[in-house]
Structures are given as structure tokens and as C-alpha cells.
Design a protein around this ligand. Structure first.
Ligand SMILES: [Cu+2]
Length: 205
């Protein structure tokens, strides 16, 4: 008698038609979930690729053109003037952005023999007195000592000599946010002590 009863206990309950139906619905829902999450992941992946492209391409390069304008508004008041912004020479950059500087010095004054080194590789395109451009010369970061300069472009990170009548190029990337001042270390006139003349700021955000 006990055997019979235990055989009854072991019998699996017969599946009801309603239960089969709900299993199918659950399966369909799972398939939908898989497809939906696959689509979402795909969208995320394509978005991430777009962002990467945005961050590493041309938008992460800033071209800064500065001119050293001699006697900008009065004798000996030489000034750093930002292209397209005659009255504000503040440079705005982003953290991690490659800044390509091009500094044109329209001043022919032989103001100083530069001492020390630039701290960054730089290129000088010098001009003959008749205005003809000479061959561009590249210098290593340790160069600069003894160069005859009209001015310098100096921050606490680099000290770039600016020869008279020249175009100097160099690149730098700020890795921390902050406001960094730039100035000229050459005693080049009254502009030295005046805000916005032989000085300015680089705001990195
Ligand atoms: Cu100067």
C-alpha cells in the first residue's frame, strides 16, 4: 500500500494548457529583451565611437596666432595681439588640447641675447631685411641660448625666443585646468609693465 502511494507522489503533475501558453509568452519576452538590449548596446557603441572621433580629431587642436606689435598704441609699448581679437589677448584652451602657437614678430629691435633654453622644440622662419623669407629652421627644446631676440613668449612651462622679424611656431598641451600667465622677459619697453601689452593669460578649462 505504501508503494502505491509513493508512486502517486512521484507522478509529475500534468502540464495544463494555460501553463504552456505562459511559457511561450515568457520565451517571446526574453527574445524581445535580448534584441532590445542588443540594439541599445549597438547604439551606445556607435555613440562612443562618435565621441572618440570628436575628442581626438581636429576639435582637440587649437591654433593660436599671436603677433608682437611694436609700439601698439604708444612708443615702446609693444604688445602681444591675438589674431581676430585686437583688444583681448586672453587665450582660451581645454585641458589636453594640443595648442599650435604661431607667433609673428613684426619688431626689428635687437633687444637681447637670449640665455637658457626654450624648453620646447620650436621652429623659426626668419626674414631678410628686404622682406624675403629665409628657410625655416627647427630647433630642439634645449636650443635658444645666445640667440638674438626682440622678445620672448614665456610661461612657467616654456620660454620661447622670438627673433626680430620672424615667425616662430611651437606646440604645447596643458594637462591641468588653470589660468597661466604669459609674458616677455626681454626688457623691451614701457609695455612690459602694462596689462595686455607684453603679457596675457592662457585660460585652460
Ligand atoms: Cu618684449
Amino acid at each position: 500500500m505504501q508503494l502505491t502511494s509513493s508512486r502517486k507522489d512521484m507522478q509529475l503533475p500534468a502540464s495544463q494548457p494555460g501553463e504552456t501558453k505562459s511559457s511561450i509568452i515568457v520565451a517571446i519576452c526574453l527574445i524581445f529583451l535580448c534584441v532590445a538590449s542588443g540594439l541599445a548596446l549597438g547604439l551606445l557603441a556607435s555613440g562612443a565611437r562618435l565621441n572618440l572621433g570628436f575628442g581626438t580629431s581636429s576639435s582637440n587642436v587649437l591654433n593660436v596666432a599671436l603677433s608682437v606689435v611694436p609700439d601698439k598704441s604708444a612708443p615702446t609699448q609693444d604688445a602681444f595681439v591675438l589674431a581676430g581679437s585686437p583688444n583681448d589677448n586672453t587665450i582660451h584652451a581645454k585641458v589636453g588640447q594640443l595648442i599650435n602657437f604661431t607667433i609673428t614678430t613684426d619688431d626689428n629691435a635687437l633687444n637681447m641675447n637670449f640665455t637658457g633654453s626654450a624648453g620646447l622644440p620650436f621652429t623659426v622662419l626668419a626674414y631678410e631685411s628686404n622682406g624675403t623669407a629665409m628657410v625655416s629652421t627647427s630647433y630642439p627644446a634645449t636650443a635658444g641660448n645666445g640667440m638674438v631676440v626682440a622678445h620672448t613668449f614665456t610661461t612657467s612651462f616654456f620660454n620661447i625666443p622670438l627673433p626680430p622679424i620672424s615667425v616662430v611656431t611651437f606646440s604645447y598641451t596643458f594637462t591641468k585646468a588653470g589660468t597661466y600667465s604669459y609674458h616677455c622677459i626681454v626688457p623691451c619697453g614701457r609695455g612690459m609693465s602694462m596689462p595686455g601689452y607684453m603679457s596675457g593669460e592662457i585660460v585652460v578649462q
